[in-house]
Design a protein around this ligand. Sequence first.
Ligand SMILES: Cc1cc2nc3c(=O)[nH]c(=O)nc-3n(C[C@H](O)[C@H](O)[C@H](O)COP(=O)(O)OP(=O)(O)OC[C@H]3O[C@@H](n4cnc5c(N)ncnc54)[C@H](O)[C@@H]3O)c2cc1C
Length: 378
Amino acid sequence: MPQLSIWEKESFFSTQDVIIVGSGFVGLWSALKLLEKNPSQKITILERGIIPTGASTRNAGFSCFGSPSELLQDIATMGEEKTWQVVNMRYQGLHQIRKYFRDDLIGYDPSGGYECFRKDSADWELSAEKLEWMNERLQSITNLKNTFTIADKKLAVFGLEGFAHLIESELEGGLHSGKFVQALLQKVQGMGVQVLTGIEVNDFTIENGMVSISCKQELIFLTKKILLCTNAFTKDLLPEIDIVPNRGQVLITEPIQGLKLKGTFHFDQGYYYFRNLDNRILIGGARNKAFAAESTTEIATTTIIQNELEDFIRQRLLPVQPFSITDRWSGIMAMGTEKVPIVKAINEQVFCCVRMSGMGVALAPVVAEQIASIITQS
Ligand SMILES: Cc1cc2nc3c(=O)[nH]c(=O)nc-3n(C[C@H](O)[C@H](O)[C@H](O)COP(=O)(O)OP(=O)(O)OC[C@H]3O[C@@H](n4cnc5c(N)ncnc54)[C@H](O)[C@@H]3O)c2cc1C
């Protein structure tokens, strides 16, 4: 960087009330919620990509709160209380998204969410057995008697001959993640937030009551408080945090004539997910085929996972129709020992809101509200 002018120092690089690191869903929602609490705050977001480059613009765009077999697996690993707590947060988040943004602005498609099952699979046996019990538990969250319903008859409607059973959740849908991030960006910029891209935070220290942030681009920012919204990449800045990066790979087909698939679909405890995007099939997941290799922050695609996703389409979604793939990509999720997000103060000036465990679309507005309260009260 050349020497800064006085104009640059006093505008772009002036001392901030809060600097947020990361401009994914969580960073953007956090800026919005902070400003709602105190509109006069000076807030800057620092983003190392030219656009957000983690998960928020690279996901599948499901607005979901969890499919039956995934929720049962979560209950087995982290217990009922935490599972329903996270489901409640996701459900509240879905409401907030639609309260803040018009459907057409974010490409919201209320076509419902589904979980597909193979004949006699253990996931089906358990989900069918526990369905009534799950619906009872979910009623206090969704206000619906039957959040999940068996919808096997729709398999033929969607051309899903490769499966034997279907469970529907009419409360879920899909959105366009690119439009959604753009809408959030425009909203916070309109509220006065400065978003600086191409700036990678290397380190931060507290000096004379201020947080001094140093960046790869040899810039120093001063702020009263720093909020890390760096999800899968947080270990670079907070090495002790309980986060394991998990890469998710995706591909999309060319438009398919007469495509019957409509909605967002989960399979195999959420390890596979597919949806229609107009008349194209978008599919992602299969990281359970290469757990170790996919536990990485490297944004790249691999032959093993991409072939697996293509085979899945060929075997289960389009057994007779030829198709070709137009785009392939990946993004990085943050997992850990449990799926409860980490929303906390590290000290009076350093905060973090991370580990969205692969379902940050819905969680982001709620965790942002929580961290904004914590920061405002500190
Ligand atoms: C393939 C895939 C499919 C998914 N599908 C869905 C789905 O359908 N529904 C759903 O709810 N969730 C889905 N997710 C998860 C969801 O996208 C994430 O939970 C969510 O985007 C997390 O948002 P975030 O803001 O916490 O993180 P991110 O979007 O990863 O944002 C973090 C940002 O921090 C920036 N950053 C990191 N380190 C630094 C640094 N040192 N300095 C400056 N900037 C930095 C990164 O560039 C990045 O832009 C999916 C994820 C993937 C990868």
